[in-house]
Design a protein around this ligand. Structure first.
Ligand code: ASP
Length: 325
């Protein structure tokens, strides 16, 4: 029987990290080929190709780099891959996964994974996560689910995933909905059916800028006052509670929203923004009247990715359609 084709790319991150000189800490240095050697059983499941597209800590990625990785992944599908797996750093895993998910047009799965412990640490989780990610990418029941992240035996949808712990092995969760599925023995088990997905056109430009500012107690308005003059094309606010800011911020946001699109999300880490509950100055009703879009369940970082992609294809006026606020 012909085995399915599976394409794997390594981008860097802890999963690709090893110690160099004593006392200097781990850095990304392990190639995709070496990562693959840690899961020898994989060639009984698939015909695997592997490429090292980067050796970056994930904070060093940028949108242009992610667009080049996306082009590579789409090419693999065109060449007949049944699924694609990408290994990368976990610090920006939720952003990279969401970025890809907005632009992934295929039924075939694109699965991201990484590790919380480097190969230099006892109990390194990289090999198990990579094998799980490959299983998910090859499973028939993973089709039409867009981009997913596999970590620590759980499968998360790109849009619900968050890194909720800095160093723990169980660092990822989907706060409002829980994981989409689990790896049980060698089975890929989903807890829900696939949802309809939104796929955006590729951005036609990449030089535009979207700022992300977090509301905090007694914060001044200097950055807000200058955000348009500084050349930003969009603004996301990580607001208090259900999407709130101080009265001074509300006044400035009102001015900014006349010039560029503004999204207000919640900085809380889970839950949705409100729409029609709070009537005080700086509350969501005031902000909506001033022209902002409320993010709903979309977290500030992912709202920024959405706005950047929409501006990139001149669809920023449609932003409300893609938010659930
Ligand atoms: N802590 C990170 C990781 O897990 C470093 C990075 O994001 O690259 O990979």
């Amino acid at each position: 029987m012909d085995l399915p084709k599976l394409a794997i790319a390594a981008l860097g991150g802890t999963v690709s990290m090893q110690t160099g000189k004593a006392g200097e800490g781990v850095t990304p240095s392990v190639s995709g080929e070496t990562l693959l050697a840690s899961i020898p059983g994989l060639n009984t499941l698939a015909r695997v190709t592997v490429e090292t597209l980067g050796l970056l800590p994930s904070a060093s990625q940028d949108f242009e780099f992610l667009l080049s990785v996306l082009a590579w992944a789409k090419f693999q599908i065109k060449q007949g891959a049944a699924g694609v797996v990408i290994t990368q750093g976990t610090d920006t895993l939720e952003e990279a996964a969401q970025f890809f998910d907005y632009l992934w047009p295929h039924d075939q799965p694109l699965v991201l994974t990484g590790a919380m412990r480097s190969a230099a640490q006892p109990g390194a989780d990289g090999p198990a996560n990579l094998l799980d990610a490959c299983r998910v990418a090859l499973a028939q029941n993973s089709r039409q689910r867009g981009v997913q992240v596999v970590m620590n035996g759980q499968i998360h949808l790109a849009r619900s995933l968050r890194k909720t712990d800095s160093l723990a092995l169980q660092a990822f969760s989907s706060p409002n909905v829980g994981p989409a599925g689990l790896l049980l023995e060698d089975r890929v088990c989903y807890l829900r059916s696939p949802d309809p997905r939104v796929v955006l056109p590729l951005p036609q430009q990449t030089s535009h800028k979207v700022a992300l500012l977090e509301a905090s107690l007694s914060a001044d308005t200097l950055l807000l006052e200058n955000i348009v003059a500084l050349g930003y094309d969009g603004l996301v606010i990580a607001g208090f509670g259900a999407g709130h800011v101080s009265p001074d911020w509300a006044t400035e946001i009102g001015h900014v929203a006349k010039e560029i699109p503004v999204i207000v999300a919640t900085r809380t880490g889970s839950g949705s923004t409100a729409r029609a509950t709070y009537g005080f100055r700086g509350g969501e009703m005031d902000l909506i009247r001033k022209g902002v879009s409320m993010a709903g369940f979309v977290c500030p970082r992912k709202a920024r990715i959405l706005l950047w992609l929409l501006i990139g294809c001149q669809q920023q006026d449609e932003v409300g359609r893609y938010l659930n606020g």
